[in-house]
Design a protein around this ligand. Structure first.
Ligand SMILES: C[S@@+](CC[C@H](N)C(=O)[O-])C[C@H]1O[C@@H](n2cnc3c(N)ncnc32)[C@H](O)[C@@H]1O
Length: 319
C-alpha cells in the first residue's frame, strides 16, 4: 500500500504534542538545562570559528571599542520594558538587555546564516548576503512605486537594517531614509558603531507603541523578530504597523518557517536547545500569521518559503 506523505503544519516539538511537552519538562529541569546550555554554547562558538566567523575576536574588539559611548545618547530611560522582554533569552540571563548579547549578536547571526545552507561550503559573507537577498527579492515584487521612508523593527545590531537600506538605495537612486527600531539600547549602540557612515536613524523604542506619526512609512520589515514574541505582542505590533504605514505601504516579515521540512526534522539536541533558549517557540510555531494580519485589517499578499528554513510574508495597508 502506498502512503501519501501529509505535509505537516508545524514541528512536533512545538505546540501541544507529547514530544513538545516532554521537551518542556526537560528544559525546566534546571541542572540539566544549565549543563546543556554551557555545552551548547561551547559547540556554537567552536563551530562558528571553524567556519571562519571570528566570534571571540569580534567580542574582544567590541569590548575595547568606543561602543559604550553611544548608550546614553540612544537610551530612552523612560521606556518601560514589557514583561516578556525580561525573561532569559538566547541563554543570556538578562536577555537582550546586556552587552554580552549585543557583542555576540553579529557572529551569532552569521552562524545562523551558515546553518541555512550547511551542506554547501559557503563563506560567512556569501551566506549572509544570500539570507538577506532571498528575503529582499520577494519583498521587492510587492513594493509601492515610491519607497522613501523605511522602518526595520527589531533591528538588533543592524545586520538586517544595513542590507535593507543598501538594497533600497540601489533601487531608488539613493533617496531612502531608513530607521532601525529596537528595545535593546545595547544592541542599538553596537548598530550605531557598525554604521560607520551614520546613515541610519537608530531608535530605542517598543514596537507595540512607537512615537512615529500615522502613515509615516512606505515599508516596514520584521526580520527574525516574531519567533521571539508571545502572540499578543505580535498582534499589538501588527496593529501599530497598520497605524504607522501609509496606505499602500507594505509590511514584510521573514522568520522560521513552521512548514519547513528542515525545521521539522531538526535533530533532538538542536530543537531542545532552540526551545530552551527561545521561550516563545510554542506560541510562535502555532500562530496563524496570515490570518492575524487579515483580522487586523491588512491586505495579505503572499507567503514564500524564501530559503530552506525561512518564510517571507508580505501584507499591505489598504489604500
Ligand atoms: C533575533 S533579533 C532580530 C535581528 C535582526 N532583525 C536580524 O534580522 O538580524 C530580534 C530583535 O528584536 C528586538 N525586539 C524584541 N521585541 C521587541 C519589541 N517589542 N520592540 C522592539 N524590538 C524588539 C530584540 O531586542 C532583538 O534585537
Amino acid at each position: 500500500m502506498t502512503q501519501t506523505a501529509i505535509a505537516k503544519e508545524k514541528p512536533d516539538w512545538a505546540g501541544e504534542d507529547w514530544l513538545s511537552r516532554l521537551v518542556n519538562i526537560l528544559i525546566k529541569t534546571k541542572p540539566l538545562y544549565s549543563l546543556m546550555k554551557y555545552q551548547a554554547r561551547q559547540v556554537l562558538i567552536k563551530t562558528a570559528e571553524k567556519n571562519g566567523i571570528p566570534w571571540r575576536q569580534t567580542v574582544k574588539d567590541l569590548e575595547s571599542s568606543t561602543v559604550k559611548q553611544y548608550f546614553a545618547e540612544i537610551e530612552d530611560s523612560s521606556l518601560e520594558y514589557p514583561d516578556y522582554y525580561h525573561v532569559p533569552f538566547h541563554a543570556y540571563d538578562e536577555g537582550n538587555l546586556c552587552w554580552k548579547a549585543a557583542f555576540e549578536a553579529a557572529p551569532a547571526t552569521e552562524s545562523m546564516a551558515l546553518r541555512v545552507w550547511k551542506n554547501e561550503a559557503l563563506t560567512p559573507e556569501v551566506a549572509k548576503a544570500r539570507l538577506r537577498n532571498s528575503f529582499l527579492e520577494v519583498v521587492t515584487q510587492y513594493l509601492p512605486e515610491q519607497v522613501n521612508e523605511v522602518l526595520d523593527i527589531g533591528c538588533s545590531v543592524g545586520m538586517s537594517t544595513m542590507p535593507l537600506h543598501q538594497f533600497l538605495v540601489d533601487q531608488n537612486n539613493g533617496k531612502v531614509q531608513t530607521t532601525g527600531l529596537d528595545l535593546s539600547p545595547h544592541m542599538l549602540s553596537v548598530a550605531k558603531l557598525r554604521d560607520e557612515a551614520k546613515t541610519i536613524n537608530w531608535v530605542h523604542g517598543k514596537a507595540e507603541a512607537t512615537s512615529f506619526a500615522d502613515n509615516a512609512f512606505d515599508l516596514i520589515t520584521l526580520q527574525f523578530v516574531l519567533h521571539e514574541l508571545p502572540n499578543q505582542a505580535t498582534r499589538d505590533i501588527f496593529r501599530e504597523c497598520l497605524r504607522i504605514l501609509r496606505p499602500g505601504g507594505c509590511l514584510a516579515i521573514v522568520d522560521n518557517n513552521p512548514k519547513s521540512p528542515v525545521i521539522q526534522g531538526l535533530p533532538p539536541a538542536l530543537f531542545v536547545l532552540m526551545k530552551s533558549t527561545e521561550p516563545w517557540s510554542d506560541e510562535y510555531y502555532t500562530f496563524a500569521v496570515e490570518e492575524n494580519l487579515r483580522q487586523m485589517g491588512f491586505e495579505y499578499l503572499t507567503t514564500v518559503p524564501s530559503d530552506p528554513r525561512h518564510r517571507t510574508i508580505v501584507a499591505r495597508k489598504p489604500l
